[in-house]
Design a binder for this molecule. Structure first.
Ligand code: FES
Length: 266
């Protein structure tokens, strides 16, 4: 396993929305090994709460003149740890462990993929979109959903890839009004089904994606979010129940975070 841990300097920490930030980390050896869907565990500071590391998806590698300089996180400020991160500046250091987890898989037969993101769930899906574009054998249709316009992230980045993009917000401040999964259902009915659906977002959204996959006979890979204390299978705090096997568990950090949607009970 290619696993790295060290304190690394921050390259930049840019606010990209009311509660959203992009942070560049100078960790090229980790960036070169990380696959779309994998995550890192980050601990901002030994003296600051929380004491435990927190998981973040690898958003994308940072390239300069074709050389990998590090990787980027896209994160939402939701508590003490991310609040502390949002106040950090270039050259401050973070303790980073990774890459962890399994990441998305890319079956040979995939020619058309749906990427379905709820809010900051787009963090790992953007890297997936870059990867699919680089492989050059599949096209992507991207669905971005959020409560309001401020939660719609990476739209321009996906546009620059040439992906077809559908946007929904629950308050109708951008795109169509409603849930992103309603838009997925409409497009599935009108435009035909893709070979695979990749999704990351809130649990209710992932469950709806799973149900759409079953109804339309499309395989879905869903990236689960979970509270994680260790990130590598030691604390057993990220257990989720196996589908069809009550009492048997999978671990989001080591068996996931990406699962076939039929594998986990939701
Ligand atoms: Fe500790 Fe998964 S986070 S076992």
């Amino acid at each position: 396993m290619n696993l790295f841990q060290k304190r690394v300097p921050i390259l930049y920490n840019l606010q990209v929305g009311p509660v959203y930030f992009k942070m560049g980390l100078a960790f090229p050896e980790l960036a070169e090994k990380a696959r779309p869907g994998q995550f890192v565990m980050v601990k901002p500071n030994e003296r600051l709460l929380p004491l435990l590391r927190r998981p973040f998806s690898v958003h994308c590698p940072i390239l300069e003149d074709g050389q990998v300089q590090g990787f980027e996180l896209l994160y939402k400020v939701v508590g003490q740890g991310t609040g502390a991160m949002s106040e950090m500046e270039p050259d401050d250091e973070l303790d980073v462990l990774g890459p962890l987890g399994n990441g998305f898989s890319f079956p040979q037969e995939v020619r058309h993929a749906y990427l379905v993101a709820g809010g900051v769930g787009v963090a790992g899906l953007y890297y997936l979109g870059l990867y699919l574009q680089k492989m050059g054998r599949s096209r992507s249709t991207v669905f971005l959903g959020g409560c309001s316009a401020a939660d719609i992230l990476c739209r321009e980045e996906f546009e620059s890839m040439g992906a077809k993009i559908w946007v929904t917000t629950e308050d109708c401040s951008l795109g169509e009004k409603g849930l992103v999964t309603s838009m997925v259902e409409n497009v599935l009915k009108d435009n035909g089904k893709p070979d695979v659906i990749y999704a990351c977002g809130p649990q209710a959204m992932l469950k709806a994606v799973r149900d759409l996959g079953v109804a339309h006979d499309v395989r879905c890979q869903i990236s689960l979010e979970s509270v994680m204390a260790c990130g590598f299978g030691a604390c057993l705090g990220c257990a989720v129940e196996r589908a069809g096997n009550p009492g048997a568990y999978l671990h989001v950090c080591t068996d996931g975070p990406v699962f076939d949607s039929r594998a986990v009970a939701m």
